[in-house]
Design a protein around this ligand. Sequence first.
Ligand code: SR1
Ligand code: MG
Length: 420
Amino acid sequence: MKDDLEYEPLNSKTLPERLKNLESITSLIGNKSEEWKVTEVGDGNLNLVFVVEGKQASLIVKQALPYVRLVGDSWPLPLSRSFFEHEILCRQGERDPGSVPQIYYFNKKQAIIVMEMLSPHVILRKKLIAGEYVNGLGKTLGNFCARTAFRGSDLSLSTKEKKKDTALFQGNDELMAITENLIFTDPYFEAEMNHHTEGLEPVIKTLRSDVSLKQEVQHMLLKFTSNTETLLHGDLHSGSVMCTDSETKIIDPEFGFYGPMGFDIGMLISNFLMAYFSQPGHRTENTLEEYQNWILSTIEEIYSTFISEFSNLWRNERQGILFPKSLFENQGHSSEGALNGVLNHIWSDALGVCGIEMHRRILSLAHNADFEEIADLKTRAELEARNLIMGRQLILERNQIKDIQAIQSLARKYNSEKHL
Ligand code: SR1
Ligand code: MG
């Protein structure tokens, strides 16, 4: 494909014509483009996604659209998000090898990323709704969050590299604006694109009339807009994770930005909590308790793995400007107290983000299939109410809640209460 071709959204007919002369692609799936089977499979909020099947192999072609797919062309969105997605995938692949799909080809002007076909992987959210188990899920996700948080931060990078990269990613501003509005602000007032399940009004009223809650959320937004601690995935929910029953890969980092180290892990835990609260809408008493317990144990595994890998990197790879060894180990002083301070700060930010994400997926524009697929609205509203109230407690008490076991206990408590 020539780089000077004008951007054009692909379809299953034009795709083979446009990609057939690329060696990086034909070497994998064959050069008889007329034999390729092309299927558009995208069901996300923003992009086109094609599976291209050749005789021996398949691959994924992802192309950004110049607007938000979920809403339509009345909401334009820059194609440059594809550039940022490619940049961040490369960094994630270096910082946590094997965690993201392999990239075969990138074209900035066409906003196209051609990557490894993950098969038989399925989107994690679908597995959680179906009640399926994934071995090693918590470990892979905890390691990913720790390695990307640490290795993208001032604990690891040189000043020059970090500042240059931070400046580059400020260019992803329109995607950050979506997060600022849809996640941090819209849930807390009657924003135009908001929608919610009928019957939730009393709980929504409680949240929107809580001034301390709004203040705390805006303090979290202040961190989002100002603290460039590390390069984040930016949208790490269960729809951005693909799994078999024993392998886990992370996809879709187009919302990548430099922000607080607790952001990704907070959003991730939030999506497991939403999966947890929604379970009574998906299965019967027979398997419900066991599966909910597995979700809570996975949350525990994510966070304990995060702490242990972050601590390991702190002890063995700390080479950036922050907490330098020259001030601690080289003076015979322990840096373990400083490590605990950093972990506490990450934890409290993670809890804040976790609670806010629990709110936005129920009150703002983009909802979660975990709840949306519950057809009985009364059941759905009751389960969403539990999730909303727990989210509020996480935001307000993020500096007091001690550990992941406290989160498990809170989830069990709210899961057994009625709020409507
Ligand atoms: C308009 S985009 C809405 C949401 O979809 C993406 O997956 C992000 O989560 C974003 O907030
Ligand atoms: Mg996405």
